[in-house]
Design a protein around this ligand. Sequence first.
Ligand SMILES: [Zn+2]
Length: 93
Amino acid sequence: MICTKCGALMDQTGKNTMTGRVIREYLCRNCGHTDWEDDGVALWKVLHDAREEDEAEAAAQAATNAAPEATPPSQKPRTSLWQHLARLFRKEK
Ligand SMILES: [Zn+2]
């Protein structure tokens, strides 16, 4: 980076990715001017967002795969008609 005050080449003194963007800090050794530039989205932010997308996609796929299991085939009660009648008979007693 070129110093905007004296035109000398500035030294990079720091890099800040806390905001999710790469902020490079520069110091001019010639005149002491400090400056910074936005170097785009930080790598960890890119990876973070990509992982969130993957997780959302995986969750969506899991939901799709789990759908048939989530709704088991409706099973009729195993009690036969005879057992049903027998129960009614016992109640009457
Ligand atoms: Zn300078």
